[in-house]
Write a protein that binds this ligand. Structure first.
Ligand code: BES
Ligand code: ZN
Ligand code: ZN
Length: 489
């Protein structure tokens, strides 16, 4: 999709007029015929400009008919960044109904004050994957794809044009990330994930290290290797380094990369099993971040780490009751092989912290169903040990509309994660509650004094309750948030 910046009406393309309640039709922007059209509708109350309201009409002159949609934006005083994102998504979906390759959006100046979220909404709302469809449905969806959007406003500044381009780039990367997460393990396996990371590194000239299974064995990454034992594909630990300033203490970001989570020997029930290709969504966010760091010119030393493996069943799978020695040297008794995320993250955290001595470390993980039970599909769980870092993440989350809720790690949670025979257990067996906090309490054993935040995206990465700019399944949650956080940290 291309945006073109216009200040004059394009009479050829189909046009959507986005309009606030009580807005005065602007003759200079609309031209006489569109102004008359909208004035008539307003007068006859056939269009009230209520938020999301759509009226389909047309204009005719001697030569041709021009399709017109009137699109209501609601009250101007209710307009904010969140509304702009939601309306951008609704607007592009309405525009697709026109079945035109080229459309014009006539926008008021008010929208220019919230351009980045508005454009994000347009790109995110446009997401509708067709790659696996065939036949008529595929053709229909492809026919509805818009190639060019003319953004028509009374004036454009270079800064506004740049803001559109940045928002477009970030949102398009969120859509790429949605495709990655939506792909099942047959399409996006351990090797293809690693290849994808390598490509990103090559394209952007990042330093890239791929630790293979043999190297992980040598290093003693017992957590990752235990989870990988039942799998056909050997595990990897991938490290991407963006180092515009070599001397600086870096920020380390880590994502859980479970290609498919069967639960292992502690097998998951079929009702949720088919969704478990989502379990690499945290790692996919890390790749998304690295697609953007260079392009957005983020001049900070940032290290991305993703442990990648399936959690499969096989003759060699790790079993409940085994004791695993992690990379940090701490031993963990396995009570449930489905609590595998913490087993791969603990090694990645210890590696990131000891190797890079970061000023901050943040991990994103589809870690616990418990977090989804607590917070649903729109709010992620936030844990950590540094108030400043937590506050910054919270404020970014508000801005990007990727809400987080700070949840506690209590002394009781930490105590519950102590092992009977080993140092730690991967699942407390006393009761089934506080699962998200207890998983975070487990991870806390591997961060030492580092300033650390953990974001549990189990509910938000893959939604059954999509927002206006989301579709069911992969949401791409966390990428816009991480970019905002990294820009501010
Ligand atoms: N990948 C799951 C968590 C998950 C559940 C993500 C639902 C997205 C949607 C994780 O590895 C897991 O299985 N967690 C278990 C932990 C339990 C065994 C302690 C869970 O939450 O049920
Ligand atoms: Zn699991
Ligand atoms: Zn998992």
């Amino acid at each position: 999709m291309i945006f073109k910046f216009q200040t004059k009406t394009d009479p050829i393309s189909a046009t959507i007029i986005a309009f606030f309640q009580e807005q005065k039709p602007d003759r200079a922007l609309l031209g006489v015929s569109k102004m008359n059209l909208i004035s008539t509708h307003l007068k006859q109350k056939t269009f009230k400009a209520e938020a999301g309201e759509i009226v389909s009409t047309h204009l005719m002159d001697k030569a041709r008919t021009q399709k017109i949609l009137l699109f209501g934006l609601g009250k101007e005083e209710d307009w904010n960044e969140k509304q702009a994102r939601n309306m951008g998504a609704k607007l592009v979906r309405a525009a697709k109904g026109l079945k035109e390759k080229e459309v014009t959006f006539i926008l008021s100046e008010k929208i220019q004050s919230t351009l980045p979220p508005f454009i994000e909404g347009v790109i995110l709302g446009n997401y509708d994957p067709v790659i696996y469809k065939t036949g008529e449905e595929k053709e229909k969806k492809e026919a509805a794809q818009i190639k060019t959007i003319h953004l028509l406003c009374s004036s454009w500044t270079k800064a506004q044009e740049n803001a559109v381009q940045k928002a477009q780039l970030v949102a398009q990367t969120v859509n790429d990330l949605r495709n990655m997460v939506n792909a099942g393990p047959d399409k996006m396996g351990t090797e293809s994930f690693a290849d994808h990371a390598k490509e990103i590194a090559k394209e952007n000239k990042y330093k890239f290290t791929e630790f293979n299974k043999r190297q992980l064995e040598k290093m003693g990454m017992g957590g990752i290797l235990a989870v990988n034992r039942g799998s056909e594909e050997p595990a990897r630990l991938l490290v991407l380094e963006h180092e515009p300033k070599l001397k600086e203490e870096p920020i380390v970001i880590i994502g859980k990369g479970i290609i498919f989570d069967t639960g292992g020997i502690s097998l998951k029930p079929p009702s949720s099993l088919h969704e478990m290709h989502l379990d690499m969504a945290g790692a996919a966010v890390i790749l998304g971040v690295f697609k953007l760091l260079k392009k957005l010119n983020i001049q900070k030393r940032i290290i991305g780490i993703t442990p990648v493996t399936d959690n499969s069943i096989g003759n060699h799978s790790y079993r409940p009751s085994e004791i695993v020695t992690t990379y940090a040297g701490k031993t963990v008794e396995i009570m449930n092989t489905d609590a595998e995320g913490r087993m791969i993250l603990c090694d990645a955290l210890h590696y990131g912290i000891t190797e890079y001595k970061p000023r901050y470390v943040i991990d994103l993980a589809t870690l616990t169903g418990a977090c989804m039970v607590a917070l649903g599909f729109r709010t992620a769980g936030l844990f950590g040990n540094d108030q400043g870092l937590l506050d910054l993440i919270k404020s970014s989350a508000e801005k990007t509309d990727e809400p987080v809720c700070h949840l506690p790690i209590t002394d009781a949670d930490e105590k519950a994660m102590k092992g009977k025979l080993a140092d730690l257990t991967n699942l407390a067996m006393d009761h089934g509650y506080a699962g998200a906090s207890r998983a975070a309490a487990f991870l806390k054993n591997f961060v030492g004094n580092s300033k650390w935040a953990h974001i549990d995206i189990a509910g938000t990465a893959y939604s059954k309750d999509p927002k206006d700019y989301e579709t069911p399944m992969a949401t791409g949650f966390g990428l816009r948030l991480m970019i905002d956080v990294l820009e501010k940290l």
